[in-house]
Design a protein around this ligand. Sequence first.
Ligand SMILES: Cc1cc2nc3c(=O)[nH]c(=O)nc-3n(C[C@H](O)[C@H](O)[C@H](O)COP(=O)(O)O)c2cc1C
Length: 228
Amino acid sequence: MKILVINGSPKGERSDTMHMTRAFLEGICGVAEHEVEHVDIMKQHIEFCRGCFSCKKNGGECIHNDDMAGLLQKYLDADVVIFSFPLYCYGMPAPLKAFFDRTMPLSTMAMRKVGDRYEHTGPVDFSRIRTVVISGCGFPSVTNNYEPLRREFELMIPHDLFMLTVPEAPMFNVPEAAEVTVPFLELVREAGRHYAESYSVPDELMEKLAIPMIPEEMYTAIANGEMI
Ligand SMILES: Cc1cc2nc3c(=O)[nH]c(=O)nc-3n(C[C@H](O)[C@H](O)[C@H](O)COP(=O)(O)O)c2cc1C
């Protein structure tokens, strides 16, 4: 299958989150060979959506002439899209939000009610594209932290969405933390293997991945310089 990795961290390859994304991909690609393409959002020229709706009025033409048309094509060609990015202000980093705003040409102005929510209709059929979100954050808890982002993705992408949201992510870039990050990344690799086989990850494994690598209080004390 074709896997498109969209790295939305302003830190590019040095991203804390990318440690998990690389492990997840290793898990996927350990099961079978896949075509993997990486896009670093920070290296792309993506103008902000102006909200003019020209893309919906002029036969799908956006007023901007930047990298976005090519990115939309890559998006539509993929079987699995992995969004890898840090939590910023309870949401996604601004450059990645600019990307999502610019997916406007993929839907028409028409809207319909699906269950208890509204969505814009076609022309693009997203139902064959599966989405993975891998995100790391700086606080030691996902509670009262990741809920807005999780809800945003559930509404934006209501089908075939798998999300892995992980606290204490800066530890992935700390070599001294290997004792806890290496076993955690092995769990992420295992999650990738399951995803490759069934597009899902067993609850027991998700429960293990939900346990912070070190206790909240210890992480807070280290972050505050109270422990070495
Ligand atoms: C502008 C900004 C906003 C942030 N907002 C949050 C936040 O709402 N919650 C949180 O837990 N961490 C927050 N963080 C911390 C990052 O999520 C954390 O440093 C993460 O590990 C960075 O991942 P990356 O290296 O993959 O970019 C924020 C960091 C920045 C720079």
